[in-house]
Design a protein around this ligand. Structure first.
Ligand code: FE2
Length: 294
């Protein structure tokens, strides 16, 4: 199952958190069981991902030395990451308001949950934990182009608040940063954090005939709803991180938001005549879920 990752919680920071919502990671406070849970998850994904995941992700794991046993210490991780791309990782107690989330990204700070899932939650949890946030998101931040994209996204997010277009930017994040696919050397690979940190969706997103897989178009993505509690019915595919960055930087979001005001939202499984369709999905999985729910 995918992991819910909506950064919204419009309150003030809880006791013990700074004004920007960050908290000390307190790395020495993790128990042996918590470190062991990280290792279990890490080993499971490391076995599954080679050949499926973007080479850039694997390279990030390597240069950040994330295969080291136990939950990563953010100070050590940030030291390596800052040397490579100027990013750092800080802990937060949970979901934070959109504006704070965007501001951190715009300042090249990735905020991550401190807690790790329990053995009962190994395959599904509502809020992103440290495994999703750090294993899923941080390796790509070691890549200079993706690092620039995330900063550009944060800056775009701050601007979107003025236009009441937060939901459109959330869709872009969802279908790229969380659930994106990329074509590398002619083959589809995973790069979205929600997929690469999920044992089951790492298989579904790439192998299953059910979902649509279509080329990314920023405007199209901004019209597309998404599912937060099940596999995606459509995945968007980029040709390169350079292209993703270019599409984001070259889009003039203010007129785009105005234009989209008069266009209808698209359901999660819809295909348009203008789409570049790589795989037309059968939607068999979604149909079976509907049957089960009825
Ligand atoms: Fe995430």
């Amino acid at each position: 199952m995918p992991m819910v990752d909506i950064k919204q919680s419009p309150q003030t920071p809880p006791a013990g958190a700074a004004a920007d919502w960050t908290i000390p990671q307190d790395w020495s406070g993790y128990t042996p069981a918590e470190h062991a849970m990280w290792d279990t998850l890490f080993e499971r994904q490391s076995r599954l991902l080679p050949g499926r995941v973007s080479a850039t992700f694997l390279n990030g794991l390597d240069v950040l030395r994330m295969s080291k046993s136990g939950i990563p210490d953010f100070e050590e991780l940030s030291e390596r990451l800052t040397r490579l791309t100027g990013w750092k990782v800080l802990a937060v107690p949970g979901l934070v308001p959109d504006e704070d989330f965007f501001r951190h990204l715009a300042n090249r700070t990735f905020i991550a949950g401190r807690f790790i899932r329990t053995p009962e939650q190994i395959d599904y949890l509502q809020e992103p934990d440290i495994f999703h946030d750090v294993f899923g998101h941080v390796p790509l931040l070691a890549n200079p182009v993706f690092a620039d994209y995330m900063q550009a996204y944060g800056e775009g997010g701050l601007r979107s608040l003025k236009f009441g277009a937060m939901h459109r930017l959330a869709r872009l994040y969802w279908y790229t940063v969380e659930f994106g696919l990329i074509r590398e050397a002619g083959e589809l690979k995973l790069y979205g954090a929600g997929i690469v940190s999920s044992f089951s969706e790492s298989k579904f997103a790439l192998d299953d005939p059910s979902p649509n897989r279509i080329a990314l178009d920023v405007k199209r993505v901004m019209r597309t709803r998404y599912k937060i509690d099940d596999y995606q019915q459509t995945y968007f595919v980029i040709d390169s991180y350079e292209d993703l960055l270019k599409q984001t930087l070259e889009t003039d979001f203010a007129p785009l938001y105005a234009e989209l005001e008069s266009s209808q939202d698209l359901e999660t499984d819809v295909l348009l005549p203008t789409d570049t369709v790589l795989n037309r999905g059968t939607q068999a999985y979604a149909a079976s879920r509907k049957g089960a729910a009825a």
